[in-house]
Design a protein. Structure first.
Length: 92
C-alpha cells in the first residue's frame, strides 16, 4: 500500500481522549495513520492535546502548550501513529 495524504479524526485508542476533537492531517499507511499536523483552526486544541498526552506518557517532558508548539514547528521528531481502526477519514 502506497502512503496517501488524508485528513482524519480519531475515534478510539490511546490518543482519543487527547485529540478526539482535532482534525489531523498526515499519511495513511499499511500500519496506521502517521500524524503530520492538524487543521489550522484546530492548532490550539492540537498542542493542548499533545501536551496532555505527553504528561500522561512522559515522553518529552513538555511544560506548556506553547512549548509543544515551538518544538513541533522547529524540531518535530515525535512520530505519532494512530492504529488502524482508531481513526476515520473525513472531508474538509
Amino acid at each position: 500500500m502506497k502512503p496517501r495524504t488524508a485528513v482524519v479524526k480519531i475515534i478510539s485508542g490511546e490518543l482519543y481522549e487527547h485529540l478526539k476533537d482535532v482534525r489531523l492531517w498526515g499519511a495513511i499507511r499499511r500500519d496506521g495513520f502517521t500524524i503530520y499536523g492538524c487543521a489550522r483552526e484546530d492548532e490550539k486544541k492540537f498542542y493542548e492535546g499533545i501536551l496532555a498526552y505527553d504528561k500522561a506518557t512522559n515522553i518529552q517532558g513538555f511544560e506548556s502548550s506553547e512549548e509543544v508548539k515551538k518544538w513541533w514547528e522547529e524540531v518535530g521528531d515525535m512520530l505519532l501513529i494512530v492504529d488502524n481502526g482508531d481513526y476515520e477519514e473525513i472531508q474538509i
